[in-house]
Design a protein around this ligand. Structure first.
Ligand SMILES: *[C@@H]1O[C@H](CO)[C@@H](O)[C@H](O)[C@H]1NC(C)=O
Ligand SMILES: *[C@@H]1O[C@H](CO)[C@@H](O)[C@H](O)[C@H]1NC(C)=O
Length: 393
């Protein structure tokens, strides 16, 4: 028992009443107990164990919520957010020994007399290796590569013009390259999505400079969302493809050793319409083409590049603790396939959240990866199964 009633039912005292409390509680007849004494009495009434319990439990709870608040809200996501509307999934047919005429027909499309021109436009940050893989993969079918970079990250910190500084490594695209750079606005404390939107508007201008015209294909995707070359070849050769088509890509984390799922959908291909098509990276149509390429997130060669990306990221709020940026921790997390930000999976049902908790399992398949990667495996070992160690610095 923590509490005992006084005989008149008005005063609470603990079993272990000491003199003061006893005195106060003892004044059953006076009825004029000073309120200060009454509070003291009540406080005394609370057992020491209870006090300790409260003083330890409450701060522990608060600290726990501080540490894991994001996890708690992610875990409860199914309660406050319903999944986005499903896509109209277009089955994707491909084998290298099937003619283009038959491939188009399998999709319900007709073959064209000549292929469409294709423009590939990206906003570049620092993904040098992934950019090389992307451009080598798509090179045979691209009319113009368009690349825009800024001296500001989306989070408004200064960055180098990495592409301009390493342009000599990309001589192979030079005849087909439209390059632009843009000064950041460096607005502190602003939502990073605003700087991102600003850079995308500038990219729209650069696409026009590159000479795009109506019904040319325009690929809108992040650098690390790489459509496979046969996908782009199919879309440039077939008539009647949707005006706007999302691409379902296989999601990988850190390298092609960690296959996450095939839920990446943001990349899209547009039949360009002057004055109407706007560069965007959100849901723009209901149609999506199955298995159309790869999305390799955080697929960097050096640990320093991970740190840069973690800081420049639009979700910078995820870097809640300095230790997240510790190189040793980052290397360990990569080899385990765990989450850099110690977050829960972003899913919409409890079943999926629970199913995806914990590290991404290792994959031992390197089949159907970008051909340039396999042809140059020595140079890109860190992207292949069994090679999780990164260059330090
Ligand atoms: C597949 O195509 C290649 C050339 O593209 C040809 O050499 C080969 O014989 C074809 N294989 C089959 C089974 O048709
Ligand atoms: C960013 O680039 C713009 C335009 O090129 C330039 O005016 C500005 O000084 C640069 N800012 C920094 C911090 O480098």
């Amino acid at each position: 028992m923590w509490w005992m009633m006084g005989e008149n039912g008005g005063h609470y005292c603990s079993k272990k009443t000491d003199d003061i409390c006893g005195d106060v509680c003892g004044q059953q007849d006076s009825g004029r107990v000073l309120s200060m004494s009454r509070i003291k009495c009540i406080l005394r009434g609370v057992d020491l164990r209870t006090m300790l319990f409260l003083f330890i439990l409450v701060p522990t709870c608060v600290y726990g919520i501080y540490l894991h608040g994001q996890k708690i809200s992610y875990f409860l996501r199914p309660l406050w957010e319903s999944p986005p509307k499903g896509f109209n999934e277009i089955p994707h047919y491909y084998n290298e020994n099937v003619t283009m005429e038959n491939l188009c027909k399998l999709h319900g499309w007709r073959i064209r007399e000549f292929p469409r021109r294709v423009y590939d436009a990206v906003l570049f940050s620092n993904e040098m290796d992934i950019l090389t893989l992307r451009w080598k993969e798509l090179y045979p079918y691209i009319t113009q590569f368009i690349l825009l970079e800024s001296n500001s990250t989306f989070t408004g910190t200064e960055k180098l013009l990495y592409f301009a500084n390493h342009r000599d490594q990309f001589k192979f695209v030079e005849p087909r390259l439209t390059y632009g750079n843009i000064g950041g606005r460096f607005k502190k404390g602003e939502n990073p999505f605003i700087e991102e939107a600003y850079q995308r508007v500038a990219l729209d201008q650069l696409i026009k400079v590159a000479g795009i015209s109506d019904d040319d294909l325009l690929i809108m995707s992040d650098v690390d969302e790489i459509p496979s070359k046969h996908t782009i070849n199919l879309l440039r050769w077939c008539d009647d493809i949707p005006q706007v088509l999302h691409l379902r890509l296989r999601n990988y984390l850190y390298s092609f050793e960690f296959f996450v799922d095939d839920s990446s959908w943001r990349a899209s291909v547009h039949r360009y319409k002057m004055g109407k098509t706007r560069y965007a990276h959100y849901r723009q149509s209901d149609d999506i083409l199955a298995e159309a390429g790869w999305h390799c997130s955080f697929c960097f060669r050096r640990v320093s590049e991970f740190i840069f990306k973690m800081k420049a990221y639009s979700h910078f709020d995820r870097v809640r603790f300095k230790r997240y940026l510790d190189p040793e921790r980052i290397q360990k997390v990569i080899c385990k396939g765990a989450d850099l930000f110690d977050m829960l999976p972003e899913e919409y049902t409890f079943k999926e959240i629970i199913g995806k908790m914990g590290p991404v399992p290792h994959s031992y398949s390197a089949v159907h990866l970008p051909s340039y990667l396999l042809e140059n495996a020595d140079e890109y070992k860190f992207l292949l199964p069994g090679h999780c160690l990164r260059e330090s610095g």
